[in-house]
Ligand binder design. Sequence first.
Ligand code: ARG
Length: 270
Amino acid sequence: MSDSRVPRRRRYLVCEPRHFAVQYAINPWMQPDVRVDVDLAHQQWQALIGAYRAHGHDVDTVEPAPGLPDMVFAANSAVVVDGRVFGSLFHAPERRPESTHYDTWFKTAGFDVHRPGSVCEGEGDLVWTGRYMLAGHGFRTTREAHREVQEFFGHPVISLTLVDPRFYHLDTALFVLDDDNVSYYPEAFSPGSREVLARLFPNAVLATLDDALAFGLNSVSDGRHVFIAPQAEALTTALADRGYVPVPVDLSEFRKAGGGIKCCTQEIRS
Ligand code: ARG
């Protein structure tokens, strides 16, 4: 069974946690001025990059800027499909200056960047399945941005309502396994959105509250290997039972800011 899962080589953009800290609270996980073990955060982040490279993926880095402690969460900087970059407009004023740095990286790398007209937090709330753009709203990205994303990419956007503030970004409640399937925590969504997900993905791998609280849904899959928080034990087992190969990577220091593996990873799809 596990031999049937085929990985696809990916290109990821990441940002070193040189200036990572918790200095303000913009989600329920953050306690301002909680101590972050900077060395440990660095080791954990290096282990993630090492795991991507060891599995054959390309990793690009953007230079971290001082005074932007959340810049490590590269997923929020944009969403990139078919080589088109839809940039971000952050909800929190503290994070807004990150966009300049990321836009500069994309432009230098040869991409045009579309600037959104309303709040939109990149892959935090915009999850490309290969067929649809799943789009979260309720806490950060707006429905107005969902419309703009559909116009920009010309791919169907499926709006999903998030209802639990602990899962404030779509990528804390759902991730894509491969072109056909996803994994998610149903209770993070409104009843109607749950029904939509059940119709689109009848074979989805459902996660428990414990898996979700462990940031198990903030995972990255290459179609075969799933880079996942080791604390998400039930989900790790469920994925292995379905033929995926879990690759545990512990980013516990980043949970203090409400982030995990996927938050630290921007996928560039050319
Ligand atoms: N502290 C950051 C924020 O609240 C964490 C972002 C996590 N990123 C993500 N893709 N979920 O904005």
